[in-house]
Write a protein of this length. Structure first.
Length: 255
């Protein structure tokens, strides 16, 4: 997330001459400047800095061990963006450093640092996140409900697919049809989205080879890998290509 932000930041321009992106989840909501963040609010409050004249200085005065303990003991689920619980310290946009959500910047070709780029992801990027969030076996019912909650209810009025070439992409693990909203507004960027219940069923069919009657976390982690990481890397690479900039892709595996 840091590198995909630096590339579109006016203040980072000229500070590096090449870039590597590994597993940059461009589809996450990021933090927006001025937006209420329930996780941050709880963290600052537990640190005793909520009423401080200068919150940043108050936090810097705390011992590192104290801040780590505060973070580990936060139990609040920051709805409507629960991703903040897993990745609380993601970049903030809407300021001088990152004027727009990085997705919008890449979509519109607003790449500030026009340097050669190596962009890619890992074979099982989603595994640590899924197994950390779901510490129990995911049966068929729970798996279907999860898919429906993630994809069946996120309806966007207008969407565009990231090219028909996705079916023939050399990265074998890229099975999901990566889709992005055409009008992802500054104020409310969310996730890569799928359009309907029928689309949800289509996505589920793409991952039947990973399904397990007793535990579908394997299928879920592969879907999360494609959904958050592989599709993001390809989108950034395609944005670079459209801008006529040198770009190379990779997918890191093992075994």
């Amino acid at each position: 997330m840091s590198m995909i932000s630096h590339l579109v930041s006016p203040l980072s321009k000229g500070l590096f001459h090449r870039a590597v992106i590994e597993s940059g989840p461009l589809g996450l909501p990021f933090n927006q400047y001025g937006e209420d963040n329930k996780y941050y609010r709880q963290f600052v409050q537990n640190a005793g800095c909520m009423n401080a004249a200068r919150v940043a200085e108050c936090l810097r005065s705390q011992k590192l061990e104290t801040l780590i303990e505060i973070q580990e003991n936060i139990t609040i689920i920051p709805l409507p963006k629960p991703i903040h619980y897993i990745l609380p310290w993601m970049p903030t946009y809407g300021n001088d450093e990152i004027p727009f959500h990085p997705y919008l910047a890449y979509k519109n070709g607003n790449i500030e640092s026009k340097v050669p780029l190596l962009a890619g992801s890992n074979k099982e990027d989603g595994r640590p996140f899924i197994y950390a969030a779901v510490d129990f076996q995911l049966d068929w019912a729970a798996y279907d409900l999860t898919l429906l909650a993630l994809f069946g209810t996120h309806v966007s009025p207008g969407q565009e697919e990231l090219g028909n070439e996705s079916r023939d992409h050399p990265i074998e693990s890229t099975r999901s049809a990566c889709r992005l909203p055409k009008d992802w507004s500054d104020a409310s960027p969310h996730f890569f989205v799928f359009s309907s219940l029928s689309q949800t069923l289509r996505i589920a069919e793409m991952y039947t080879n990973y399904s397990n009657p007793e535990d579908n976390r394997i299928a879920m982690q592969q879907l999360a890998t494609d959904y958050l990481f592989t599709c993001s890397a390809r989108f950034v690479a395609q944005s670079y290509k459209r801008a006529g900039l040198p770009v190379f892709t990779y997918n890191f595996g093992y075994g």
